[in-house]
Design a protein around this ligand. Structure first.
Ligand code: PMP
Length: 445
């Protein structure tokens, strides 16, 4: 680690080095940090973060504080509830019931498909996905799960099996990965969009068949509704609608992981509205508590009751009055400040400004995304547009030096990921663009 040298004359460097060394000791080395020179952040407000030296950064990365860092309405609700009552879920409490009702009502099944009626709360996206997997396995009596090949759904042993396993990997177990659907590097080069839908569906059918042949049977498909960790690909039109049909025809359930895609991120309440399917089970997490650990697995009453009866699921910190108060406060702010509409309009302006820059900077191969979730694909300038993760990392480090926080993501780690709090406004887009232009001018070519 570069920063281990302590220089008594340069306070910021010394303090970063000292803290980094203490962190290595306290955490054990290996805990990830962002950026070549890590940031020491001490305060947040709205879309801004402030480091120990008082420098202000425009936060274009953090989706958890969706209604803004240190949102006063959320802080007040949290303090008030914690000062009144916070206790586990085995007592009646109206707050958590009302929150579950309000959250369920935000879902709708446009094609008369399964209705979201009941909710199991938990404390992280991983836990909520675990609940979803178990729910699907209990309901179908099968264990086989299909996921995509460059996804991330969480860090537990069972959910970790779904992470970046590679197409065809793990064939002996009860997980199969299919190629994530995309237009930029399509499964069949030169194919029409309709042909691509069929090609990707064939992989799905093949994975289901493989699970059935290996005796585990098929319980369901789990996808991030907008394939966020894969790099926000443009999905061949109609793929997810058809995929959901294929899954149901095979007796499986469709699990929408909305941990990143949900809560207005894409300018719609849910990512499944963007890719056009109706899930049986919806998983949410990150933004729900604006930083308070709060996650949910939502489904029909029948599915939820099947799970509850079989498992007697209990989660000490979940379904608490505190989760309810904070979760309600977040929904209040989203609605009161029209943050869904904000994500749609500001996100569209950001995306089109970046798309314009594709013609100016040769390393930008593609600009994609939905609402306030935009990916800028960085490649070499060869004919194959080979992904260039090193350049993407250079860009995010230089953007950080100019006061804008982003990160890199995607199947090839070459996508500059822009995903600010939902309170990001047009003036913040204006603040970002000069930093982006300067950065691209420095590294392009
Ligand atoms: N699902 C998706 C799509 C995610 O991106 C993540 C976290 N990055 C998770 C689930 C896991 O959430 P958590 O870290 O809260 O367990």
């Amino acid at each position: 680690m570069v920063l281990l040298r302590v220089d008594a004359n340069e306070r910021p460097i010394m303090s970063l080095a000292t803290l980094a060394a203490r962190r290595d000791q306290a955490f054990g080395a290996g805990a990830p940090l962002f950026y070549n020179a890590p940031l020491h952040i001490v305060r947040g407000e709205g879309v801004y973060l402030f480091d120990a030296d008082g420098r202000r950064y425009l936060d274009m990365y953090n989706n958890v504080p969706c209604v803004g860092h240190a949102n006063p309405h959320v802080v007040e609700a949290m303090a008030r509830q914690q000062g009144t009552l916070n206790v586990h879920s085995r007592y009646l409490h109206e707050g958590i019931v009302a929150f579950a009702e309000r959250l369920s009502a935000l879902h709708h099944a446009p094609d008369g498909g399964p209705t979201i009626e009941s909710i199991v709360f938990s404390c992280s996206g991983t836990e909520a996905n675990e609940v979803a997997l178990r729910m699907a396995r209990l309901a179908t009596g099968k264990t086989g799960i299909v996921c995509t090949n460059a996804t991330y759904h969480g860090n537990s042993e069972a959910i970790g099996k779904l992470t970046r396993i590679g197409v065809g990997g793990n064939a002996a177990g009860d997980v199969r990965a299919i190629p994530f659907p995309e237009m930029l590097r399509p499964l069949v080069p030169g194919a029409s969009e309709a042909e691509l839908v069929e090609a990707y569906l064939d992989r799905l059918r093949g994975a289901i068949r493989s699970l059935e042949e290996h005796g585990t049977g098929f319980a369901g498909l789990i996808v991030c509704s907008i394939f966020a960790n894969e790099g926000l690909p443009d999905v061949p039109h109609g793929f997810m609608t058809r995929a959901a049909e294929v899954v149901r025809a095979a007796g499986g359930l469709v699990i929408a992981d909305e941990v990143q895609a949900g809560y207005c991120r894409g300018g719609r309440w849910w990512g499944y509205e963007i890719t056009g399917f109706t899930p049986d089970i919806v998983v949410t997490g990150k933004p729900m508590g604006n930083g308070l650990p709060l996650a949910a697995t939502a489904a029909s009453r029948k599915l939820v009751e099947g799970f509850r009866t079989a498992t007697r699921y209990f989660n000490t910190f979940a379904s608490s009055p505190l989760q309810a108060a904070v979760g309600m406060a977040v929904l209040d702010v989203i609605e009161r400040e029209a943050l869904r509409e904000n994500a749609a309009t500001v996100g569209a302006a950001l995306k089109s400004a970046l798309a314009e820059r594709k013609a100016r900077f040769a390393t930008i191969a593609d600009v994609r995304g939905h609402g306030l979730f935009v990916g800028v694909e960085i490649t070499k300038t060869d004919a194959a547009r080979t992904p260039d993760p090193d350049k993407a990392i250079e860009i995010i480090n230089r953007l950080k030096d100019k006061g804008c926080l982003t990160s890199n993501a995607g199947a090839y780690r070459n996508v500059v990921k822009i995903r600010p709090p939902l309170v990001f406004a047009l003036r913040h887009v204006e603040e970002f663009l000069p930093a982006f232009d300067a950065t691209m001018a420095e590294i392009d070519g």
